[in-house]
Design a protein around this ligand. Sequence first.
Ligand SMILES: [Ca+2]
Ligand SMILES: [Ca+2]
Ligand SMILES: [Ca+2]
Length: 445
Amino acid sequence: MIKKSLAFLISIILCFSVSGCNFASTNVDDMLNAPKPSGDLDLIQISLEKYVGESVDLRYPRSGEYRSAFVLNDLDGNGTEEAFAFYSTKNDDNTTLMHINMINYIDGEWTSSSDIKIQASGVDCIKFDDLDGDGVKEIAVGWNKYSTLDHELTVFSLNSGKLIQRMQENYSAFSLCDINNDNITEIITVYLDTVEESSIAKAFALDTSGVENRGSCMLDGTVSSYNEPIISTLSTGQVAVYIDATKGKAGMITELLYWENGGIYTPFYDATRNENITTQRTSTTGCTDFNSNGIIDIPFMQSLPAVASTSDSEKAYMTYWQEFDGNEFSNVAVTVMNYVDGYYLEIPADWVDNFTILRKPDAKQRVFYRWNGKTLSTCEEILRIQVLTISNWESSKTDDYFEVARDQTYVYTMKLGDSSTLTLDKQDITDGFHLLAVSKGENVN
Ligand SMILES: [Ca+2]
Ligand SMILES: [Ca+2]
Ligand SMILES: [Ca+2]
């Protein structure tokens, strides 16, 4: 059995909408009170307020890796961290004007050394990387503009100890990665205009003289928001950025960006429809490295066969997890996901196209039958998965069912059927059963 990654399951549940580097919703107070590297934060704030000449209204990034009011990073690589503060003063209109301030630790003292005003109402996220190849990191700041959905990216470099602005670009999601494999990190932005129903991805490269636009491509313009971009590779090993986007009521697509013919490229955009139909699914399951081989896998849904009388709400689905090599997809796993009861099952190869499921959600039960594709009918029962409370299980155990997993509340049990045509190996089926890391999620299947 392939070792499974459960990370994606968290992302399924936490895949709330975009911003450049959103991820989990984190308790703000926890973040602000999180352990700090030193007792210097008071001193940093004193230094900042001394520079500003009055008290400041500090803001902290709402998403991404850095979430505290003072972001510490050794930008110039001299072995000492600099502090970055984002704030407005009481004289500023704090819905439109903010500052970024850099506070350096010099000769045993924190001293504010640089301050830049920005038209913004908040901070979305912060990333650090050397973007022009001079060995000194840049700071990329995603700002909230008029609302938390409008973002602007600004990139700052250090120049003689001062911050200078290098570029500015609207975005709905952004990522920093070396997409063309030239050992210099590019800036990838995606900007969705929901009014115009257009979305465009752009790549930028900084060099010592300025900003170079490294091409653009259109993406599905009918989505409503993006998740945090994931930097990974195609199955060929080529660097690629995967971005899940919410589409419609309960649907999702995965946008894919990589380098081709000297520019940024997406393989799935259908210009005649302004859509990415290829990866569209009726589920909010996000892409993830399902088989833990370092390559992101995209989920595809396929409805299981059903007798004609089956209603839409009773239909069940299989999920194919597929990696992409730039030309075609290949399967890495086939699963049945149950987000309501919080588990998934890997489907043995010979079951594919030869089984179906009867969903009994109220009873927390799924019944698997062999499917006869010629007669379009269900045949013998091959597996039953029953979830029940621990106390119910303890009081009603039977020899038919065996336990495959339990959590604090529920016991997950199975009953194997009997089939002369499909393999029903107890060990294999048990090994293919996994609890979702976070249950009570999105759609059902
Ligand atoms: Ca640099
Ligand atoms: Ca590059
Ligand atoms: Ca993978």
